[in-house]
Design a protein. Structure first.
Length: 365
């Protein structure tokens, strides 16, 4: 993601933090001034220093492969010159720190591992010290110089590694987010596929598979909570006649209409299902026989209003709270009651509500 912030700002390094880091390394202002006093000398020797550095570095195949071609070598030499001269610039402020942070970022982007950066530091230090020793042979002068430069190298290394680490952490976080997003997408896809597997394509009600899964779950829930569970079983009367006379398109229209009536009239906790063909059911958690009768009557009335020429038959079964039928027994009982109703009469108007109540008497056996 693009940002207008410098690396310094992104990593929340301010002047106080810079001073604190120097304190931790015991790098004093006098030592920084000592390093800065060597700037002109280093500038006069810079070409030889850079030449010696890369002559040594390219002896290693791993580093030579990273460098690659002459154009890359030219750019690296220029960058190395700049890096070394900045060490002796006398300015060790936010701009200096930002340039060191950027070295870590660039190295990480081009695939230069931390071990290669450390190898470079290990190569550069003796070259610098050897150069300075030629000018400052007196140990009392030379030793403080090398000590101060050593500390500045450590200061640089901590900054470069901060960027390495921060970039790695960002990559891990990014990978984590991508993984989470992918897992979420898979989960949503699985849910969608699961929904499709348990939904009837014509009416969008639960199909038989979905119905059986819900029945098992709701029956276990009713047993744990000691509540009633009721089931309404519905069948379209003379459905074969409708298909044969009016065509299958009309038959599908009737089925969709019934599914819509069921969805509109059931409670939010209920489950409207299409068992197959022209047979439907409603699973009613925490609902007794009287409550199921009222819902069945509403569905019957709604269907009759939409389809005055056609009718449905209804059977109701319930279980609990003293003992519980299995899901198969509950379905079978409601189905049998529905066929008893079909044999006696059809629901074509509000008068048909009485038929539901009469033919759906509570099971006692």
């Amino acid at each position: 993601m693009m940002t207008d912030k410098t690396l310094l700002e992104q990593m929340r390094i301010n002047e106080i933090e810079i001073f604190h880091r120097m304190q931790l390394l015991d790098l004093s202002q006098d030592e920084l001034d000592l390093i800065a006093s060597l700037k002109k000398l280093i500038e006069s020797e810079i070409e030889d220093i850079v030449e010696a550095f890369y002559r040594h570095q390219t002896e290693f195949d791993e580093i030579a492969i990273v460098i690659g071609d002459s154009e890359t070598m030219r750019r690296l030499r220029a960058a190395q010159r700049k890096y070394i001269i900045e060490m002796f610039s006398g300015y060790y402020d936010g701009e200096y720190v930002n340039s060191r942070l950027r070295i870590g970022l660039v190295h990480k982007r081009i695939g230069v591992e931390p071990k290669l950066f450390l190898a470079g530091v290990r190569t550069l230090k003796p070259i610098l010290f050897s150069t300075l020793e030629r000018h400052f042979g007196d140990p009392t002068i030379f030793k403080p110089i090398t000590t101060a430069i050593d500390k500045l190298f450590f200061f640089d290394i901590t900054l470069v590694f901060d960027t390495y680490i921060d970039t790695l952490v960002s990559e891990v976080e990014s990978a984590k987010k991508r993984t989470e997003a992918y897992a979420y997408a898979l989960e949503e896809k699985a849910k969608m596929l699961g929904n499709h597997a348990e939904r009837d394509s014509l009416t969008d009600l639960y199909n038989k598979r979905g119905m059986m899964n819900i029945m098992k779950s709701e029956l276990r829930m009713a047993q744990r909570r000691h509540t009633m569970l009721s089931l309404i079983y519905i069948d379209v009367n003379r459905f074969k006649f409708i298909n044969d006379t009016y065509g299958h398109a009309k038959g599908d229209e009737i089925l969709v209409s019934l599914g819509r009536c069921m969805t509109n009239q059931v409670r939010s906790a209920d489950f409207a299902c299409r068992v197959g063909g022209d047979e439907f059911c409603v699973i009613l958690p925490d609902c007794d026989h009287a409550g199921a009768q009222q819902i069945a009557a509403r569905i019957a009335n709604d269907f009759t209003m939409e389809n005055p020429e056609f009718s449905i038959s209804v059977g109701i079964s319930e279980t609990g709270t003293q003992e519980y039928l299995s899901e198969e027994a509950l379905i079978r009982d409601a189905d049998e009651r529905m066929y008893l109703h079909k044999a006696g009469s059809s629901l074509r108007s509000s008068a048909g509500i009485d038929d539901v109540q009469k033919t759906s008497a509570k099971r006692t056996g």
